[in-house]
Ligand binder design. Sequence first.
Ligand SMILES: Cc1ncc(C[n+]2csc(CCOP(=O)(O)OP(=O)(O)O)c2C)c(N)n1
Ligand SMILES: [Mg+2]
Length: 546
Amino acid sequence: MVEATRTFTGGQALAHALAAHDVDTVWGIPGTHNLEIYAHLPGAGIRHVSPRHEQGAGFAADGYARATGRPGVCITTSGPAALNAATALGQAYSDSVPVLAVSAGMPLRHPSRGNGELHETRNQRAALEAIVADSHRVTSVPEIAVAVAQAFTAMTNGRPRAVYLEIPVDVLEESAEVEIVEPIPAPKATPDPNALDAGASRLAAAARPAMLVGGGARAAAPEVRSVAERLGAPVVCTINGKGIFPEDHPLSAGAGLTRAVTRELVEDSDAVLVVGSGLSPAELWLGPLPLAGKLVRVDIDPAQAVTNSVPEVAVVGDSAAALAGLAARLDEAPRDGERAARWRSRHLEEASELGARWSWILDGIAAALGRDGIVAGDSAMVCYHAAVAALPAYRPASFLYPTGYGTLGYGLPAAIGAKLGRPEARVIALLGDGGAMFTIAELAAAAQLRLPLPVVVVDNGGYGEIRNEMAERGHPVHAVDLDSLDFAALGRVLGCEGVTVDDQGALAEAVERGFAADRPTVLHVREDEGPAPVMAAAEGMEGVRA
Ligand SMILES: Cc1ncc(C[n+]2csc(CCOP(=O)(O)OP(=O)(O)O)c2C)c(N)n1
Ligand SMILES: [Mg+2]
């Protein structure tokens, strides 16, 4: 807590309320309507980071939140600025990432009839409300401290999500007596012991158990491990869960739900424990997994516990508490190590097939990244076809990827957010040439921040995935070719180092140098020719990826 009661302007009340919630960094762009917020960020001890576009602010706040486990905050001015951040909020919402967007809005005493106020959006709050889990427009200065506390509760209590807080521009400027509100203590999401009993006995009775681990288990890595080891169960992580279970563990069967190995493992298993995953179609783009009759689900969100696949047993609660409860009920039984080894080698074999086309790139990155690094990826084939399967991860939140919303332009700003949140970690951005251009301006932001950030751009001359989809459908292939750019030169113009690399050794060396540099390094890499991995569509499914 910063102060007890004081006379604050609205902008000051916001800055102090954020500080009271341990916010140390915010991303945003100042404008006429939010100047009163900017006036008070330094006084509240909050570092402000300048992206080059509000979408970059939102993605950076997301990357920071994923990498640190703490909410990310972005600040916009009204109208176009708030809408520029909207896509990033949609991304954070769909991947269960706690991001708070605070925006100035039209004044309280304003007709809202499209009378032409600067930045006027017909209904800004409604536009944002359609995207996030919780949105609120305050009507007075004292309310701001309460609204911030409530926003943090909405973000962090239960399933994390994006939230939106709007402060009318006149409320930002007014002064009033404000009581600073302490963070609201979150109730413990303790699982029901009966559900734990039922889940544990269902799992203990299985001869061939498996586990699927999603992003909701990011704070439960030790508990995931102890349940997996007790069950002797092969473990697959989802894309958002990648790294929660270390991929060099003998029970690891890799990451990615859409993969053939995952489907075959589920088919072969007689009980499957799914932890903190929506089993979302966005990741299961070839169709749902055959989980009927064998599913035990752990989720903090009671609604999500039955979404997409209905379980035999649902354990609702905090994933660490639920898994600890399950582990305590499971015996350390001798298990079939041969089965786990079989699935592990099946995974490794498939991963090397999927990654083949990009293997020199992935191997070069892996060599320099080490066990503790973080990859922030974009929605490019090198990420979802290859890196998910073939770039091993060993820690929670070490692979940041726009899974649910699938937006392009995420990787670079998310990497910036991650690097600022975890300065000691090696962070790398992995982008396609098409997606890179969506937020390429953020190279200038990263350069100004002097971030030692390698940015790998995998260039296949355009929207490769969409080109493939058009061809597969027998449609005319057009609108997908982009003139090849000199990304290294572009990086240099924006204040970075820039290199073009065409072999694994040079790439690994440039990445290694990039981690030690005093600015970002753009690595322009040309994708090898040849067919992309084919992921055959399941019966009746289109198999469309994006
Ligand atoms: C915001 C947004 N617009 C459009 C798309 C549709 N889309 C999906 S993949 C893709 C191509 C991306 O190209 P690139 O980043 O070069 O990756 P590649 O497919 O070539 O590996 C497009 C346009 C999207 N996912 N997000
Ligand atoms: Mg491309």
